[in-house]
Design a protein around this ligand. Structure first.
Ligand code: FE2
Length: 285
């Protein structure tokens, strides 16, 4: 588990920063897993064109080995004479990432502030995960927070004032279930981890909510907002005329895409000592 400390310069009286959580499930297969390449290309353009947005990858960046498959491969490659075969398979895998996914991610690399592995990823013979490898090639190693979770500390800085915001990013666990259960599960799983915004993935549901919290100020009662969001995914799930994994597993249909979380910053009035603060959080799904 790591923390990525990020400085963001604020120049205006009011400023909006958009956080975009993505559970990509990238692969070159467009039928068996239903990866929406067109949606991904549109999303890349949207991120590229907005200087006031930042991206977090909540895990399952690639539609690769799940934990059970990694365990089976560990048995297959356990014999020392299979080591070179494993290294060759690793090289082929990295070559594919270098050729297809990494050029896409290079376009938005300066906006990526957090990445975790999740469930679907590779562990190479050298101990590095595929997510870690991608972050290293993009030259953003600090954006890799760990296998499942980590913090991103945003420091918004103006000339004379500043404010901070902590994001806790986790992949998430558990079944999909009803919509309300999904919200409750994310809130429950994050008890004990202090942050202003909690972002999860895994269930492929897509939503944002904010919860007001009251606290005692120096001379009055104040309020701060705590946000919760799930990332959705870029998997189509069900496809006309084809049998997909979602159909075989009898999943529920889920929305494709990702939410957008807007952080509204404003310079405070005299009551707030003129300090920059977070006025509101709004979400689009
Ligand atoms: Fe996933």
């Amino acid at each position: 588990m790591n923390v990525n400390f990020c400085d963001i310069q604020v120049t205006k009286y009011r400023e909006k920063l958009t956080i975009i959580p993505i559970e990509l499930h990238w692969s070159r297969r467009t039928s068996s897993n239903g990866f929406c390449n067109d949606t991904w290309k549109r999303l890349l353009k949207r991120i590229e064109s907005d200087p006031n947005c930042r991206v977090v990858f909540v895990g399952d960046l690639i539609d690769d080995d799940r934990p059970s498959m990694r365990a089976k491969k560990a048995v297959i490659y356990a014999d020392s004479d299979r080591q070179s075969a494993r290294e060759e398979a690793d090289n082929d895998h990295r070559d594919r990432l270098d050729k297809y996914l990494i050029p896409d991610l290079k376009r938005i690399k300066d906006k990526i502030i957090g990445m975790v592995d999740g469930d679907h990823f590779r562990i190479y013979a050298n101990g590095m995960t595929s997510t870690q490898y991608i972050a290293a090639v993009l030259k953003i190693p600090k954006a890799y927070l760990g296998e499942r979770m980590g913090w991103i500390k945003l420091s918004f800085r103006r000339k004379k004032d500043s404010t901070t915001m902590d994001i806790f990013l986790r992949h998430g666990r558990g079944g999909t279930g009803a919509f309300g259960n999904d919200v409750n599960a994310l809130i429950r799983q994050n008890q004990g981890f202090i942050a202003d915004l909690y972002i999860g993935g895994h269930t492929h549901k897509q939503w944002f909510i904010k919860v007001p919290h009251l606290y005692c100020g120096r001379a009055d009662i104040k309020q701060k907002l705590v946000g919760y969001a799930r990332a959705g995914s870029l998997l189509r799930g069900f496809m006309y005329g084809k049998t997909t994994y979602a159909e075989i597993a009898e999943y529920n249909p889920l929305s494709i895409g990702c939410p957008e979380i807007n952080i509204h910053l404003i310079r405070g009035d005299k009551k707030n000592n003129g300090n920059l603060y977070i006025e509101d959080m709004t979400g689009l799904t």
